[in-house]
Design a binder for this molecule. Structure first.
Ligand SMILES: Cc1cc2nc3c(=O)[nH]c(=O)nc-3n(C[C@H](O)[C@H](O)[C@H](O)COP(=O)(O)OP(=O)(O)OC[C@H]3O[C@@H](n4cnc5c(N)ncnc54)[C@H](O)[C@@H]3O)c2cc1C
Length: 460
């Protein structure tokens, strides 16, 4: 292995090969602290050519690679196993903004650029890159691509898949597939970039991407309102779509238990409590006051328990801070069995009602904290309860998951809407995913990575 590490150091420079336990520790533990790995080393390439040379070396020496971006995966997708034989390849040194073409509305960045840096680069050029996640200060474009990230603006702009025009990828054999064109139309065969989006690093190392840009909105109208039940929230979603069309940018949902968690850790943040809170945002060019007035007028006609419309950018930021603080508040609040599920939006009320009742029947006193991107049918659905004798909550994880996922799949849903599958959900995917679809995916994996060296131990 010393020989391998020396060759690695010759590629990236000795200072960019981390081997001590202290240096590798941040790369060995996942964000939720559920998976503790032990990497052989961490290599930090500084260019696509160095990344390709690392992959070639690993292939020659049969060393497995775990690609890692910002390490914000919530399902252990970027964590190595405990064997001490997997090399983490961290992409954080690939930080160049290669090109901004404002006429073509495209941005070409390297994989280690954080989402926030990509947003800022777009804004400085007078454009919007609309992907927005609470983890955007840490997560990287390569990670966003590999998880097909979603977030709060999918309703209007789509997921990372829909925001990507081109990719540069180091294949598992070390060749570089350069598909960085910024074309919106191209009918010359299969769209190969789609293979790598959502593949969680199992088919190659993404080193750069060409992304779509949009006009920077000059007006936002943001409101938070309380509704009596989730049926009402879905009626509002459709009403807002009918009234405002594409200007409806975000429609987020927060249940009463989630509001209580926020109140415990961020007192004073939620303007009021309700069975369900909806956070609505419209965006457009033109006049902000007019947009705000039309949202307020629409809300005045609705069956609303309480409501507040942001009158300034700082009030708008406060409403969004509330939404963004949910994950951290939940973390402070103690363990829960987490789900990132989606069903057709029309089925959300039935899911909440039936699944909640089934969990309460099996686990009396169960507490469900639900919030998420209701406009996409996507709920973060987190389950906790106190077990007699202080037994570990996670002893019942399989029973809880079976109840939740049975309900989700009965309603035509998915067990991984935007956070990916990783290690956490790989066995569940094998149980619920169409076997033919899985067989086809495994065939692609065998073709591209016959030695199984790209991110082994995950779901492929
Ligand atoms: C507080 C918080 C809020 C979040 N909110 C959202 C949300 O609203 N929506 C959402 O979609 N997600 C959300 N996430 C999940 C997470 O931030 C996303 O999955 C993000 O896209 C991961 O990016 P990353 O750079 O951290 O990737 P990592 O965690 O480092 O890796 C994720 C996966 O991508 C692979 N990978 C990383 N970089 C590359 C590369 N260059 N080439 C090939 N494979 C690579 C890894 O091997 C791994 O399989 C949230 C996470 C946190 C902690």
């Amino acid at each position: 292995m010393n020989d391998f590490l020396q060759q690695l150091a010759a590629i990236v420079g000795p200072q960019h090969v981390l081997t001590s336990a202290t240096d590798t520790a941040p790369y060995a533990l996942d964000w939720r602290r559920r998976y503790q790995g032990a990497p052989l080393a961490v290599a930090l390439p500084g260019s696509s050519a160095e990344a390709a040379a690392i992959v070639q070396l690993c292939r020659a020496q049969q060393v497995a690679i775990v690609p890692q971006g910002g390490n914000t995966s919530t399902c252990g997708a970027a964590t190595p196993d405990a064997s001490g034989r997997q090399l983490v390849v961290g992409l954080r040194r690939l930080r160049a903004i290669r090109d901004i073409d404002t006429d073509n509305n495209t941005l070409t960045v390297e994989a280690g650029v954080t989402l926030q840096e990509a947003q800022q680069a777009a804004e400085q050029a007078g454009r919007l890159f609309p992907l927005a996640l609470a983890s955007q200060g840490s997560c990287q474009i390569g990670g966003n691509l590999s998880t097909n990230a979603g977030g709060v603006a999918v309703l209007r702009y789509g997921t990372m898949r829909e925001l990507t025009l081109g990719l540069e990828v180091v294949l598992p054999d070390g060749r570089v597939l350069d598909q960085l064109q910024g074309l919106r139309k191209d009918t010359t065969g299969l769209d190969l970039k789609q293979l790598f989006i959502g593949a969680e690093g199992q088919l190659g190392l993404i080193t750069a991407a060409t992304l779509k840009l949009f006009p920077l909105p000059s007006a936002h109208a943001t409101a938070m309102a309380g509704v009596a039940d989730i049926e009402c929230a879905i009626r509002w979603l459709n009403g807002l779509r009918a009234r405002f069309g594409d200007r409806l940018t975000a429609f987020e949902l927060i249940d009463a238990n989630c509001q209580a968690v926020l109140a415990r850790h961020h007192p004073g943040l939620a303007p009021f409590a309700a069975p369900w809170l909806v956070l609505i945002e419209l965006s457009d060019g033109g006049d902000a006051a007019a947009l705000n007035d039309s949202l307020v007028a629409w809300l005045a006609e609705q069956d609303m328990l309480d409501g507040v419309a942001a009158q300034s950018e700082s009030e708008r930021r406060k409403l969004w801070t509330l939404r963004e603080e949910i994950s951290e508040s939940q973390r402070l609040d103690g363990p829960s069995i987490k789900h990132d599920i989606a069903v057709p939006t029309s089925a959300l009320p039935q899911l909440v009602r039936d699944c909640g009742a089934a969990l309460a029947a099996r686990f009396p006193g169960v507490r469900i904290v639900a919030f998420g991107h209701a406009g996409d049918g996507n709920l973060h659905y987190n389950v906790s309860f106190t077990r007699p004798g202080n037994l570990d909550l996670f002893d019942d994880e399989a029973a809880v998951n079976a109840i939740v996922y049975d309900h989700v799949y009965r309603l035509g849903g998915t067990l991984a809407a935007e956070h990916g599958v990783g290690q956490l959900k790989k066995d569940w995917l094998a149980r619920y995913k169409d076997p033919l679809a899985l067989e086809l995916m495994r065939g692609i994996k065998r073709t591209l990575d016959p030695d199984g060296l790209m991110n082994p131990g995950k779901w492929l």
